[in-house]
Ligand binder design. Structure first.
Ligand SMILES: C=CC1=C(C)c2cc3[nH]c(cc4nc(cc5[nH]c(cc1n2)c(C)c5CCC(=O)O)C(CCC(=O)O)=C4C)c(C)c3C=C
Ligand SMILES: [Fe+2]
Length: 437
């Protein structure tokens, strides 16, 4: 095994896209990442000396670790745990989303065998080892785990196909239609959903390829999308991500240290009825949101900032302070109007404006080339996590749909809602409590 740094798949990791310093990475890893970031910053000097990246490994010696890997390559996220990995894990630089439909004739037995194979592959690859299912192509043999996470979810249609309708939680009821939806059903929903994230493009692709081969005759790809974030180790200290509109995006995310974090994001242990098997799980809402960048980029900076209610440079609220300062939603400016406009995105989406509705946003940007009309097919693979979509995404999106200043610059093109069960215990596969319970 290559790993010299290990992080658990769940609670120890902190807010994925949250404000700088809120990453929750343990101190030794933070220090190591800082070292790697510094190495990147000094570029050629480090390349010539070759010492600083290696020092990261030496500082945290692991006799089994590969001397060829820096911290970025050797960081391992645990497969087993209370929650699946890839929910509170810090954002990775590469992502693949893929939805499968069960093949005609495949039912509960085939689905259980598939989840067993997928779990074995995810566990091996997340530890930096080849898959044991006979499907490994060796694409990423020398890359290390690179913070790979593989997260599995079930869509609404899965339950009818497997005879498990009675165990389908009401939380999987279809999302309401929104006026701004232009959804493509072929790129939406699906029986099964897999989210892959890694800090190395080859590692992420390798996982995608292996899991697709593992599906064999049991399931077929329905849709697949690719995303990215800033490169791991590119900044000297953890910083909140920027999206393709250039905004700092993730500041208001709830943090694992918040007293109500678990209650908001995860289904409680001891859940009953159709939700029993979901204890420790979470509901993922996915939206492919195209950004109308040509229109957005024509907007002067001060208007762009009013659309969001925050400064573009540092993400601070327009009412002042730094990125982490609470916005003052009542502050009146010299023109007699509220400084953060009534239709500003950050005002409308704030939990206090939505009866406390909150979600953990963990997106990837996407760019799928230039469309025939010359505009970029680019935007956000928006993924948010919550214990119940009716107390997270739905009320907030309803409100945004009615009067968000950002809406004219966005187009919701695909959608999905998935039940993501809790993390598997040692010896268990993901979803076993549903499929064998
Ligand atoms: C229904 C949920 C949301 C969708 C869809 C959504 C799309 C979306 N948002 C941005 C950019 C920003 N969003 C910001 C804050 C923010 N957004 C949502 C929800 C949705 N966004 C919430 C709950 C919040 C947090 C509000 C708060 O806690 O006060 C921000 C500000 C910085 C931040 O807090 O992250 C930006 C910028 C884009 C570009 C987008 C669609 C492509
Ligand atoms: Fe937002």
């Amino acid at each position: 095994m290559n790993a010299s740094v290990r992080t658990s798949g769940d609670e120890s990791e902190g807010t994925p896209a949250g404000p700088a310093g809120g990453d929750g990475i343990d101190i030794s890893r933070r220090r190591l990442l800082g070292t790697v970031g510094a190495a990147g910053a000094t570029g050629l000097v480090i390349g010539a000396a070759g010492g600083i990246g290696i020092a990261a490994v030496v500082e945290d010696p692991d006799p089994a670790g590969s001397p060829a890997l820096t911290t970025v390559g050797s960081t391992e996220v645990m497969f087993h745990g209370k929650h699946q990995a890839g929910i509170t894990t810090p954002l990775q630089s590469r992502g693949h989303l893929v939805a499968f439909d069960l093949a005609p004739g495949a039912g509960r037995k085939e689905a259980a065998a598939l989840l067993r194979r997928w779990s074995a592959t995810a566990k091996a690859l997340m530890a930096g080892r080849p898959a044991t299912t006979g499907t490994d192509t060796g694409i990423a043999l020398d890359a290390g785990p690179s913070s790979l996470t593989v997260t599995f979810g079930f869509g609404r249609t899965f339950f009818d196909r497997t005879g498990l309708t009675a165990r389908r939680p009401a939380q999987l009821d279809p999302l309401p239609a929104f006026s701004s939806d232009v959804l493509d059903p072929k790129r939406s929903e699906g029986d099964l959903w897999v989210q892959i994230g890694a800090d190395d493009a080859l590692v992420a692709f390798h996982a995608l390829r292996t899991l697709q081969k593992d599906a064999g005759d049991a399931a077929r790809v329905r849709w697949q999308m690719n995303g990215f974030n800033r490169s791991a180790g590119a900044t000297a200290r953890p910083m909140t991500a920027r999206n393709l509109m250039g905004q700092i995006d993730g500041t208001g995310n709830p943090r694992p240290t918040d007293p109500d974090f678990d209650r908001r994001i995860f289904v409680p242990q001891g859940a009953s009825g159709a939700q029993e098997w979901m204890a420790g799980g979470s509901y993922a809402v996915f939206r492919r949101i195209r950004m109308l960048l040509d229109d957005w980029e024509k907007l002067p900076l001060d208007k762009q900032e009013k659309v969001i209610g925050r400064r573009k440079s540092d993400g601070a609220p327009l009412t002042g302070g730094t990125e982490t300062t609470e916005p003052d939603l009542h502050k009146i400016g010299p023109d007699g109007r509220v400084v953060i406009p009534d239709n500003a995105h950050a005002r409308i989406s704030a939990p206090e404006q939505n009866g406390g509705a909150a979600m953990l946003r963990r997106p990837f940007s996407f760019h799928d080339g230039i469309a025939a009309d010359g505009t970029p097919d680019a935007g956000l693979l928006f993924i948010c996590w919550q214990a119940d979509p009716l107390r997270g995404f739905v009320p907030v999106q309803r409100k945004l749909d009615r009067g968000d200043a950002l809406s004219p610059f966005l187009r919701h093109e695909a959608s999905g809602l998935f039940a993501v069960p809790g993390g598997p215990a040692e010896g268990e596969y993901v979803g076993q409590r549903l499929l064998e319970g």
